[in-house]
Structures are given as structure tokens and as C-alpha cells.
Design a protein around this ligand. Structure first.
Ligand SMILES: [Zn+2]
Length: 249
């Protein structure tokens, strides 16, 4: 029995073949026919196989070309996104660097300003002390001269000399500007006290643990535990005034 697919006209030699064709193609309408399913000659079969092979190869080639095109496209997309990421990264780096630079400059300006202020205070202090000394000397000599006789005049130069020596002596206190994370704390510490006392006050005023070291920027130096017990008046580079950065180890 021969069946013919009414949808595409294909001849099918059995019901099984028709079912198979129906499943494969989705065609549903079949009719009985008198036509014979043509047996193919070996040459025809060979040619059909060749044609099928050629078709498969063609398809493979197309697939490959498509794949390559797809790969290229994906690569371009990846490249572009890499470029964009790199550009964004660079911009971010530039911004960060700029911000750091501005922060540094700001800090430097503040340090300079602070230093100027401290120097001005010291200068004013010096002038005040000089004025006090000169008026003391004047009072001393004016009270000395008329009241005393010859033997005591020999004593007066020595007293004025000691007063002068005292005024030229080292300052009685150190002034320190402590910088920590944007906070500033100004301390006046008696000359005989130590960096340990400074550290103690920093801890109390800035509400931080007691620092274990201090650093200065001009000149660059670090003061650690080994000098913490020495009187600040012995630390020539930071006495009588300095900007100190506390640190903890
Ligand atoms: Zn069909």
C-alpha cells in the first residue's frame, strides 16, 4: 500500500513510514494512492548522499561563520566595556589623587598658619618678658641710686645681671599644637614636664588612648618612648614650640 502526504505530496510505502513522516514534519493529511514509490537506482542514492553531505558541509560552514561573527561581536563588546572600565578607573584615580593633593595642601596651609600663630605668641611673650625685665631694671636702679651708698652700688650691677640672665634663659613652658584626624588641640606644658605628660593630656583632650609616639614634619622626626621621660626643655627641636602628630603602635 502506498500513502501520499496531501500536505507536501511525499509518497510513503507504509503506514509506519507515514506516521514517521507525520511526526517529523507535522503533516497530518494522508491519502491512499495508486502511485508506486519509486525505487532509487544506486547512482541516484549515491547522488542523494553526495547532495546531503554537501548540504551538511554548507550548513557547518555557515554555522562556523556565524559563530565567528558572534565571537567577534562579543569580543568587541568586551573590549569596549574594558576600555570604559579602564577610563572610569583612571578618572577615579585622578579624582582621588586630586582630593589627596588638596587635603595635603590644606593641611600644609593649616600647619603654616598654626606655626605662625605659635611664633607670634612666642614673640609677644618675649616682648612682654623683655618689657617686664626692663621696667624691673629701671625700678631697681632708680630705687638703688638715691637710697644706697657706695658699698651697695657694687651689688646692684650683679642683681641686674641675674635678672637679665633669667630673661634670656630658656622659656618656662612649651607650646604644642597636636593634630589628629582633623582635630587640633593646643597645649602649654611646663618646661620640666615630659612628653609623657603631653601624651596624657592629648589622651584626655582628644578622647583617644595615650599616644606612644609623636611625629613632627619640620624637621621630620619621631619621638618615641625612649625620650618620653625626658623634660621637654631638653628636646631642642620641639621646644619651646612644635606641631606634633600623635601615633599609636
Ligand atoms: Zn508531508
Amino acid at each position: 500500500m502506498t500513502l501520499k502526504c496531501s500536505d507536501c505530496g511525499k509518497l510513503l510505502s507504509s503506514i509506519e513510514m507515514a506516521e514517521f513522516h507525520g511526526v517529523k514534519s507535522g503533516h497530518e493529511n494522508f491519502e491512499e494512492t495508486e502511485e508506486e514509490v519509486q525505487q532509487r537506482s544506486p547512482e541516484e542514492i549515491k547522488a542523494a548522499i553526495e547532495a546531503m553531505k554537501k548540504k551538511a558541509e554548507e550548513k557547518k560552514k555557515q554555522q562556523k561563520a556565524l559563530e565567528q561573527e558572534e565571537n567577534k561581536k562579543n569580543f568587541r563588546i568586551l573590549q569596549k566595556s574594558n576600555d570604559e572600565t579602564a577610563e572610569a578607573k583612571r578618572q577615579l584615580q585622578n579624582q582621588t589623587r586630586l582630593r589627596e593633593f588638596q587635603k595635603m595642601r590644606q593641611q600644609k596651609l593649616e600647619d603654616q598658619e598654626q606655626r605662625k600663630k605659635i611664633l607670634a605668641e612666642i614673640e609677644a611673650d618675649k616682648k612682654k618678658r623683655a618689657a617686664a625685665t626692663s621696667s624691673a631694671t629701671k625700678t631697681a636702679s632708680s630705687t638703688d641710686a638715691p637710697a644706697t651708698e657706695k658699698p651697695s652700688t657694687s651689688a646692684s650691677p650683679s642683681t641686674s645681671a641675674t635678672t637679665k640672665a633669667a630673661s634670656r634663659g630658656p622659656p618656662s613652658s612649651g607650646r604644642f599644637s597636636i593634630r589628629h584626624q582633623g582635630q587640633v588641640c593646643n597645649l602649654v606644658i611646663p618646661a620640666e614636664q615630659t612628653l609623657q605628660d603631653v601624651a596624657q593630656q592629648v589622651s584626655e583632650k582628644l578622647h583617644v588612648p595615650i599616644p606612644s609616639a609623636f611625629t613632627t614634619t619640620f624637621p621630620r622626626a619621631t619621638y618615641k618612648a625612649d625620650v618620653f621621660e625626658r623634660p621637654i626643655s631638653q628636646l631642642k627641636d620641639i621646644f619651646p614650640s612644635a606641631v606634633l602628630l600623635p601615633s599609636w603602635q
